[in-house]
Ligand binder design. Structure first.
Ligand code: NDP
Ligand code: 8X3
Length: 255
């Protein structure tokens, strides 16, 4: 029987790239996001290409009741997860604190922090019962430092960083690994979501340097997931070569 990975936020970007990499490595996939149509199309492609089992679930991780219901209704075999990748996340807006939209703040905290917690609360007891598993939380450079106007997004990713350390302590007696993977700038739908559909503004974020691509992060996640049983990667900070920290880039001006 194949091992199983549960990837939240699998309809796009890093989560989608993880689906491809883990299927390539022979894992069966439990894929979740709100855009279920995209997940069905992804599942079909992956099943054809890699011949693994793929189960998709429409899930808004912000919704505690939905997370609980959807998880509880899964067939028992799909709840025996070897690896959970807590990837679903987003940024909304880029404003100074005094001008921030409080609905944006709610969405970021509800998704990046509370959503990660709701999913973990359902999956972790099964790992505990089986005395093994691996939880990989997607943090960010924004969880290591703060940058102008990043306020609440940075706070949410600092929370992911702290929760990763806390989970590692609580789950230690049960042989459950916990890793935080923290990327710098990755060109995905992330900035389009942050700027609420403004594709031109989003494109500017990645102009003048080569950002990370989703596959780069997925391969780093696979590295952490594929270490021997006695090795845990606690923390993995991964940057584009042209990015030193949140605000320092080596950009080439193009005309
Ligand atoms: P994308 O916008 O491309 O992907 C985000 C994914 O999260 C989508 O699949 C989206 O699916 C899902 N998602 C968002 N909100 C919810 C929700 N409420 N419930 C379920 N799924 C949700 O961005 P990335 O791939 O870049 O982002 C993935 C993770 O990586 C995020 O946690 C992000 O913070 C983090 N990150 C990104 C960086 C970057 O520069 N891109 C750098 C560092 C970290 P759907 O809309 O279908 O629900
Ligand atoms: C996403 C990268 O630099 O916008 O986490 O915070 S950044």
């Amino acid at each position: 029987m194949n091992k199983k990975v549960f990837i939240t936020g699998a309809s796009s970007g890093i989560g989608l790239a993880c689906a491809d990499v883990f299927a390539r490595e022979g894992y069966d996939l439990l894929l979740a996001s709100r855009r279920i149509d995209k997940l069905h199309a992804i599942a079909t492609d992956i099943q054809v290409q890699y011949g693994v089992q793929v189960q998709v679930i429409g899930l808004d991780v912000q919704d505690k009741q939905m997370v609980s219901k959807v998880w509880d209704e899964l067939p028992e075999s799909w709840r025996e997860i070897d690896i959970l990748i807590n990837n679903a996340g987003l940024s909304q807006g880029l404003e100074p604190i005094q001008d921030g939209d409080t609905d944006d703040w709610d969405r970021m905290i509800d998704t990046n922090v509370k959503g990660l917690l709701y999913v973990t609360r359902k999956v972790a007891p099964h790992m505990q019962a089986r005395n093994g598993g691996h939880i990989i939380n997607i943090g960010s450079i924004a969880g290591k430092e703060v940058y102008p106007n990043g306020n609440v997004y940075c706070a949410s990713k600092h929370a992911v960083d702290a929760l990763s350390k806390a989970m590692r302590i609580d789950l230690l007696p049960y042989n459950v690994k916990v890793t935080c993977v923290a990327p710098g700038a990755v060109e995905t739908e992330f900035s389009i979501v942050r700027f609420k559909g403004n594709v031109d503004k989003a494109k500017q974020v990645y102009t003048g340097f080569e950002p990370l691509y989703a596959i780069d992060v997925a391969e780093a996640i696979w590295f952490a997931a594929s270490r021997p049983a006695h090795v845990n990667v606690n923390d993995l900070l991964l940057m584009p070569t042209a990015q030193a920290n949140s605000t320092t880039f080596s950009k080439k001006i193009t005309t």
